[in-house]
Design a protein around this ligand. Sequence first.
Ligand code: PLP
Length: 388
Amino acid sequence: MTKSVSKRSEQIVQSEIRAMSIECDRVNGINLSQGFCDLGLPEPVKNGAKDAMDKGINHYTRYDGLPELRNSIANKMLKYNNINIDPEKNIIVSCGATGAFYSACLALLNPYDEVIIFEPYYGYHVNTILAAGARPVYAKMMPPDWIFEINELEKLISKKTKGIMINTPANPSGKVFSKKELKLLADFSIKHDLFIFSDEIYEYFVYDGAKHISPGSLPEIQDRTITISGYSKTFSITGWRIGYCVCDEKWSTMIGYISDLVYVCGPAPLQMGVSRGIDELPDDFYKSLCKEYLLKRDKFCSVLNKIGLTPFIPQGAYYVLADVSAVPGKTSKEKSMYLLHEIGVASVPGSAFYHDNGGDNMVRFCFAKKDDELNDACERLLNLYDRI
Ligand code: PLP
């Protein structure tokens, strides 16, 4: 047969995260490569979904989601994100933040448009931009504080630049963008007339007094910001696929049509579960979530420090990039494999977060694990100390 796969799909490589998870299963290791939190499911979320199934809410919903969930999200956006929206016009419930971003890219980007993306990046962002036929262009953030230079961003601008991607708190760096940085990016996006795609899936995971600020809460860029988030992480429901985007009516209609075309709607009873969770869980739920993850972060980072794999302490999200210069291997992939095969702890090679030859002395660990599993990983890492 002379047929072949599309040029578009040829650019998309299998996620390194998935590849590491497969190898981790094969050697029966502890999977600190994948970002899902296997903590419990909050009761109101579970009961809300069960009740919805019992009541027969098992069918297609409106393309932009059930009114109950859109109302819950609108209330939460006002209270937590400081963004005032109309649940009838400004919200598209989709299949995860992933579905929301894909729909937004398809709705707003033309082939060959360019989107600036900060590096280290989350690979799905890059692949989604590519899948839409657009092009990512890369802006480096420098460790340890993952700072960026607006002058460097200026150099990336071309006639084709259409947007900039912000991920706060960020995967994999844990960076939480400050108000000052967001204001710089706001001015930059106005100057060059850019969309701001803002992925805030880790919005509730912030540490050390850092505050989550939604770019869309800055009045001057509210109309150009596409805020993307969801409940996979906050409610430990990565398999439910409930996410959303919030934006100006000028964009939401077409994003909604694309989401309808690709996904039809988010799972109906699960939308009701998330709605009840948002409505009923008290502020304390979110506070204790942070506290719990902070303990995990501190425990894990202190072990990394002890064994000389210096961590870049994250201010948010639940990943940590660590310096693995001391680990045998030429590339971050070899170093990551060494860790997996020697002590059975899976990580993601730093190269997965850079577009060309970056991240070679880094790996990313995910610390969103139950305590006994995390303790086991810590023990194994401490054993590594004698070997390297
Ligand atoms: N955005 C970021 C930055 C992520 O790290 C992840 C998952 O790892 C997602 C989105 C996926 O979110 P969802 O499950 O809502 O599609």
